[in-house]
Design a protein around this ligand. Sequence first.
Ligand code: IPD
Ligand code: CA
Ligand code: CA
Length: 257
Amino acid sequence: MNDLEYRLEIAKKAALIAGNYVKKSQFNIKSIDHKTNVFDLVTNVDKKSQEIIISELSKTFKGENFIGEEQKHSDFAKTGWYIDPIDGTVNFIHGVQIFGISIAYVEDGEPVVGVIYLPVFDELYWAEKGKGTYLNGLKISVSSRNNLQECLVVASHSNNFQGIEEFDRLKKLIGKIRRIRMFGSACYHACMIARGAVDAFWSHYLKPWDVAAGYLLVKEAGGEILNLEGSKGDIFRNDLLFTNAKISKDILKLLKE
Ligand code: IPD
Ligand code: CA
Ligand code: CA
């Protein structure tokens, strides 16, 4: 087993343990607090899930960088573990069962191992650089749709309302694509692209822990991730377009109109 395979196995185990804890805690949340503003929420379950993940990873990778959403951040390491202990906290609080656990190992700014677990669906997605993307052990790939009128596009809605112009951009897609959906979890959106259910994801104002694992999943499933200028996307930027690699140009043109 090489180093990345080993990292992948440990990350899968951590995601499964945390995911099962999160799933069983959804209707027994003890505390809900505000973070940067009243729309930015965290529960006791987010915090505990992060503790579980970091403690599992630390058993093997003690001393490495662990960048979890629910901790203080001074800067973002270029190499280390990016952890979102519950992606989709608002759904989680409201009893909507779309949320995931997202863990990525990033090397020199590039995700090289990515795991997303959707506990309610019992779907474990993973990817290792150069090895493809898998869902519960089966290889998956992005859709082949290239006609915008047949495409489903998802988008994020962040708690940072400076991002309000994202809705103006999204409006440009109406009447050109089949439908827009917002499922409330960036990692779920990435999984849907990786398995070909959804064709593009316009993500705005997200953080590296929201997108790092999904980035690799989409890329290894044959998709691409670009920024608004059309160049290679970077997990440290907050404007990312994930697509099946067939419709990027058309979607970017509309978003920028
Ligand atoms: C959020 C989700 C949501 C996105 C928000 C994120 P969180 O992450 O990914 O889909 O629109 O901007 O903050 O807070 O639930 O981990
Ligand atoms: Ca998140
Ligand atoms: Ca989160």
